[in-house]
Design a protein around this ligand. Structure first.
Ligand SMILES: [Zn+2]
Length: 279
């Protein structure tokens, strides 16, 4: 049973709801940022019982002097915006998101968030959350960074439960790796992911994610070199021989994102459905 709500600090609370997310994760964390004016991040759940609980939580913030002023979307994926319509309507709150997210959701977005924007919240002392546009997992993905407290809300950039899928279309492996490197450089004290527990000293995890993806890229290249080329179906068993077969449909998407990057890097060529080493 997930404990909720949780008061994580004097400026951050979390509330996890059940969502149709990628196993083994089962929940998405919403966050209430601010000690007086509050941003509600991740209106995630599409389920009615969970939406009722979320609304009760949001309304209950008033008992500790907190007033929600907006709902913020980290990105458009279904396990992050499943409740945005109902929750924004019930609470009478505007929705804020990056333009690339705004075009992918069915609700009006009142404020478009840009990289570098500072969201000022009135509190006992001023509280400031800086918007970081961090595409790679999704085109409009944003993180929110409280530089004074060293806290960064990271959405689906990393997770402490489950894995982050980089799939062709929404995802871009080159950009994702660059944004992970940027997050590692923030020197944050704690990262708050959409799935799983808060992450202390998150730079190590960001760097671990980069190393893991580069390890996979090397395995894809090695499989390609060994076979002298092949279709995605032919390459997958070798490139993901350490991954359980039940995960292979996801692995396939991830491998295609790696191949896209490798082609861009000039290390792979395509010939019809076949991938060929370029060097
Ligand atoms: Zn996502």
């Amino acid at each position: 049973m997930t404990v909720r709500p949780r008061e994580l600090s004097h400026t951050v609370a979390s509330f996890a709801t059940r969502t149709p997310t990628l196993p083994p994760a089962t929940h998405t964390n919403s966050y209430a940022l601010g000690s007086r004016q509050v941003l509600l991040v991740e209106p995630a759940t599409p389920y009615e019982d969970e939406q009722r609980a979320w609304i009760e939580w949001a309304r209950g913030l008033a008992s500790s002097g907190r007033t929600p002023v907006a709902i913020v979307l980290t990105h458009h994926h279904v396990d992050h915006v499943g409740g945005v319509d109902v929750l924004s309507r019930e609470l009478g709150l505007p929705v804020w998101a990056h333009a690339e997210t705004a075009t992918r959701v069915d609700v009006p977005v009142a404020r478009r968030l840009h990289d570098g924007d500072v969201l000022d919240l009135a509190g006992p002392a001023p509280e400031r959350w800086r918007v970081l546009h961090t595409p790679g997992h999704a085109p409009g993905h944003v993180c929110l960074h409280d530089e004074d407290e060293g806290v960064v809300v990271v959405g689906d950039m990393v997770a402490s439960v489950g894995t982050i899928l980089i799939a062709p279309g929404d995802g871009d492996m080159t950009v994702y790796l660059a944004q992970l490197d940027r997050l590692a450089g923030l020197g944050a004290r704690v990262a708050l992911p959409a799935h799983g527990e808060p992450i202390d000293e998150p730079a190590a995890l960001f760097r671990h994610y980069i190393a893991h993806r580069l390890m996979r890229e090397a395995k894809v290249l090695a499989a390609l070199a060994k076979a002298g080329g092949g279709s995605a179906d032919e390459l997958l068993p070798d490139a993901y021989d350490d991954v359980p077969k039940v995960m292979w449909p996801f692995a396939m998407l991830s491998m295609l994102a790696h191949l896209e990057k490798l082609e861009r890097d000039g290390r792979v060529r395509t010939q019809g459905p076949r991938y060929i080493p370029a060097s």
